[in-house]
Design a protein. Structure first.
Length: 510
């Protein structure tokens, strides 16, 4: 889309107001989306992005305001109403039937018929045509479950085009994709944009937002901050508008990577040749007191597999582990907890937050696991919960609030509080900043830096290599489920680290 356009908006939302008990989720928000543009919706967790999307897709009714699609005033009572108006959504968690074929998913509910029977030959032919229209050549009779998440997302987009979508909403579509898969998705997105489809893009990855977007709309605390052409909004200014204050220079955090660590004594943890057949090739890792060791690599490189073996969440079939210089059996998380090791999983939903419990109950879970059957006194619980809610800035600071209702950033703070309450000597953090807004991400990074400076040892995994280099003193590099090398952070650039991964550790990483 040109930098400026006189084309009327396909979506016009005016003065949208939505409230829930005790919360004004959206306050008089305007939003315009034009045909043939990629428009990113930005804001911290809890800013109102999801609420605005749910108003547009018929999930939430609006209290005040109006929605027009293609010039016609609409009142959506369901997602079916929104789809009938030409609005389709592809969510981060694919809403397709993985037990059906690709073709069946593409044509689901719109299969061609021969009398009362479905004409499956025609259905697969039409599905292939829709996929080819997106530049995809996929066997439509293959099971959807046999394909990667990236292909499944493209199948979901193809299904939206079967519905003749004029508006396509992509909600965190790249959070589980590697760089090549992101590029494939973006090629499809650009093709749809060039064909006049209006695309609403939501992502926490600023680089990707600037790579794919024509316009950006910023929300903060349920209110509209403004809408901007992407070329008119520098990244630093975007961050300031999102969080409502200047984001402190992260150079202070970066200096922790250059901090000298005394490695002459015994490491907190020393793992030699730890591996599992068909799961991870034998790898070595050691971590010293007060050190942040980053684990870097692409998705599927073995980062998570390595730390799960170190923690005992999966059982290694080779190697030895020492904790504090003494041999340690690490065949279950119970053993790791007994050795003062804590692990925050990347799968926040399935292995982290217990959504139906309160903030307080989530925080004391780790402490209770550490102490076994001895019940923690209520006064002790209240003291611990209060201490860590304040220390980590959990918002709202209400220990009785259900954790599932928190934003992603605040859920991550609660998880961090849970494990810090156990007084660990080694904290393993797997993707602690994934899917949270830029302000919460900076807060988590600052906290990790502060903890390490106070003597806590940390193993830190992040898909954002810049984040790993900013926080860690050393970086263990993984590729294809094997350990390919180790680097001192202050001696390597981001480009050098990328080259090191690409070349399997061969050559210079400077």
């Amino acid at each position: 889309m040109p930098a400026e356009t006189t084309v009327p908006p396909i979506v016009e939302m005016r003065s949208i107001t939505i409230s829930f008990p005790g919360v004004l989720a959206l306050d008089n928000v305007d939003f315009l989306l034009h045909p043939g543009e990629v428009h990113s919706l930005m804001g911290e967790n809890g800013a109102g992005k999801s609420t605005l999307i749910k108003a547009l897709t018929g999930v939430y009714a609006i209290d005040r305001g109006s929605i027009r699609v293609a010039g016609r005033r609409n009142q959506f009572h369901s997602t079916a109403d929104a789809q009938a108006a030409g609005i389709s959504t592809v969510y981060q968690e694919i809403n397709l039937c993985t037990n059906l074929s690709v073709g069946e998913n593409v044509m689901l509910g719109h299969e061609p018929r021969r009398g009362v029977l479905i004409d499956w030959r025609a259905a697969h032919r039409q599905a292939a045509e829709h996929l080819e229209g997106l530049g995809l050549s996929i066997d439509t009779r293959s099971m959807l479950s046999s394909h990667s998440i990236a292909i499944q997302q493209l199948v979901a987009i193809s299904r939206a085009m079967v519905l003749d979508a004029k508006v396509l909403i992509l909600d965190e579509p790249t959070s589980s994709l590697d760089r090549e898969e992101v590029e494939q998705l973006f090629r499809v997105v650009r093709g749809l944009r060039d064909n006049g489809v209006a695309i609403l893009f939501v992502s926490h990855f600023l680089d990707q937002v600037y790579e794919i977007s024509d316009r950006i709309t910023v929300l903060r605390n349920g209110r509209l901050v403004g809408s901007y052409l992407v070329d008119d909004l520098p990244r630093e200014e975007l961050v300031t508008k999102m969080i409502g204050r200047e984001l402190d220079d992260l150079a202070a955090i970066s200096s922790t990577a250059a901090r000298e660590i005394d490695r002459t004594g015994r490491p907190i943890l020393k793992a030699v040749d730890v591996g599992k057949r068909g799961f991870l090739e034998p790898a070595d890792v050691d971590v010293f007191e007060g050190e942040v060791v980053g684990i870097a690599g692409l998705l599927g490189s073995g980062r998570t597999e390595l730390v799960r073996l170190l923690y005992g969440a999966d059982r290694a079939d080779s190697g030895n582990i020492e904790v504090g210089g003494e041999p340690a059996k690490m065949t279950s998380p119970r053993h790791a907890i007994d050795h003062h090791i804590a692990f925050s999983s990347e799968n926040r939903r399935a292995e982290g937050i217990v959504s139906d419990l309160t903030i307080a109950e989530n925080i004391v879970l780790g402490l209770q696991a550490r102490q076994g059957f001895r019940k923690i006194k209520r006064a002790e619980q209240e003291s611990v919960v209060s201490q860590y809610i304040e220390a980590l800035g959990v918002r709202p600071a209400d220990p009785t609030m259900i954790a599932g209702n928190l934003s992603g950033g605040n859920q991550q703070r609660v998880l961090l509080a849970r494990w810090l309450a156990t007084a660990p000597e080694l904290l393993i953090l797997d993707e602690p900043t994934r899917g949270i807004d830029v302000g919460a991400k900076a807060d988590i990074q600052r906290k990790v830096a502060e903890l390490s400076e106070n003597g806590l040892s940390v193993i830190f995994i992040s898909s954002e290599l810049e984040e790993v280099l900013r926080l860690a003193q050393r970086v263990v590099v993984m590729r294809d489920r094997k350990h390919i090398g180790e680097l001192e952070s202050h001696t390597v650039s981001l480009d050098g680290l990328i080259d090191f991964i690409a070349n399997e550790g061969k050559g210079s990483a400077a």
